[in-house]
Design a protein around this ligand. Structure first.
Ligand SMILES: Cc1cc2nc3c(=O)[nH]c(=O)nc-3n(C[C@H](O)[C@H](O)[C@H](O)COP(=O)(O)OP(=O)(O)OC[C@H]3O[C@@H](n4cnc5c(N)ncnc54)[C@H](O)[C@@H]3O)c2cc1C
Length: 395
């Protein structure tokens, strides 16, 4: 079997890259270790930057997003009992975000892949990239008990944090930067109308909470919890009571409760590996970087990497610009680091670090909140990062 670009992983990165390259006339084969049902069962991100939404439009998969997605022009921040609306549109010269679940983005991309007839192989096990530094890279995998070989020009490692791509780079090549936070987020999905028409990020002495949403009838709520917490210990009732305790009385009163469709705990961590290229292998999305979800950047940074790799590969195949391949890692990383900084900053700003912050750090956190939420420049700073910084040109 052979192709131009072998894509490992059918998460948002792999599927979006595959769709954009298909539209540009570049052949790809996507190899995914799970079944499509399993991939669609993962409840994850829900806020798309304008640049991500535009990229989905360019990929021709935006019809349902533009019909059903919710354009949000602001978010609310609740700090020290003060409720403040961040006017994203007004503060950024007209930019907004789109509330549309990662599951729906993935479903739209899977359907587009199927309609295109381009190959995608689910339940592919033991996927392994080879000859990354050589002229003839290839990927081997097993399917239905048979071993297959896929020859290609380039390999896109879109296989997330636990994937094989990053691990196949020899030891000592990658430099890893990591920050682990002393808490996680307990998330709950429910078919209840959102408590507010915009997202609410709430700092509270009991811990951070986020009132998010997937649609006008489906809500996603999060609570900051200690790392050792177990999801089995959180009944629906306990979750709702704790959320109400962290919200002001008028908001808590509006909260419509109901049975959980899903509950899970995700530890918070920041991680980046550099460089994002090794020979003919390119790391994309969570395979190269993880952010705490506080800034809503995980999926958006994955889309940002796809944007750069797609534009470079089009110039490689159409114009012979192989010189651009080395630009992928520095271009992608410049934007990744800004997303990492913002996610780290929002996590610092809004969470309760308890004994993990000393008295000085606590005061700095309070001063940051005071400054960023009262100064016009501080508000613009948060707003322009939240809606997403611009992509650089690939030239
Ligand atoms: C629990 C959780 C909650 C999150 N919540 C948010 C949020 O609220 N906001 C936000 O912005 N971001 C959130 N994120 C982050 C966001 O979901 C990710 O950044 C995004 O999924 C990255 O897309 P990706 O395609 O790079 O990786 P993934 O979505 O991880 O996709 C990788 C794909 O590769 C496949 N794969 C892995 N290994 C192999 C292999 N060896 N061979 C073949 N295929 C393989 C996987 O099965 C998967 O389908 C969350 C992440 C998690 C884990």
């Amino acid at each position: 079997m052979n192709t131009q670009v072998a894509i490992i992983g059918a998460g948002p990165s792999g599927l979006l890259l595959g769709q954009l390259l298909y539209k540009a006339g570049i052949d790809t084969v996507i190899l995914e270790r799970q079944t499509p049902e399993y991939v669609l069962g993962r409840i994850r991100a829900g806020v798309l930057e304008q640049g991500t939404a535009d990229l989905l439009r360019e990929a021709g998969v935006s019809e349902r997003m533009d019909r059903e997605g919710l354009v949000h022009e602001g978010v609310e921040l609740l700090v020290a009992g003060r409720r403040q609306r961040l006017d994203l549109k007004g503060l950024t010269g007209g930019k907004t975000v789109m509330v549309y679940g990662q599951t729906e983005v993935t479903r739209d991309l899977m359907q587009a892949r199927e309609a295109s007839g381009a190959p995608i192989i689910y339940s592919a096990s033991n996927v392994q990239p080879h000859e990354l530094k050589g002229e003839r890279p290839y990927v081997t995998f097993e399917k239905d008990g048979q071993t297959h070989r896929l020859d290609c020009d380039y390999i896109a490692g879109c296989d997330g944090f636990h994937g094989v791509s990053r691990k196949s780079i020899p030891e000592g090549v990658l430099k890893e930067y990591e920050r682990v936070y002393p808490f996680g987020w307990l998330g709950m999905l429910s078919d209840t109308p959102p408590v507010n028409h915009e997202l609410i990020y709430a700092h509270h002495e009991r811990g951070f909470s986020l009132c998010s949403q997937r649609s006008q009838t489906r809500s996603r709520y999060y609570l900051q919890v200690p790392l050792e917490e177990r999801v089995e210990d959180w009944s629906d009732e306990r979750f709702w009571n704790e959320l109400k305790a962290r919200l002001p009385a008028d908001v808590a009163q509006q909260l419509v409760t109901g049975p959980a469709l899903e509950k899970s705990i995700a530890p918070l961590r920041s991680l980046v590996v550099e460089p994002m290229q090794y020979g003919h292998l390119f790391l994309v999305g969570d395979a190269a970087h993880i952010v705490p979800p506080t800034g809503a950047k995980g999926l958006n940074l994955a889309a940002s990497d796809v944007n750069y790799l797609y534009r470079i590969l089009v110039k490689v195949y159409r114009e012979g610009r192989t010189d651009l391949l080395e630009q992928y890692s520095p271009l992608a990383l410049r934007r990744v680091w800004k997303g990492e900084r913002f996610s780290w900053f929002m996590t610092q700003l809004l969470h309760d670090f308890g004994e993990h912050k000393d008295a000085w750090d606590q005061k700095m956190q309070e001063a940051d909140r005071e400054y960023f939420l009262t100064s016009p420049a501080g508000l613009v700073n948060i707003a322009e990062n939240y809606v997403g910084l611009p992509y650089e040109e690939v030239a």
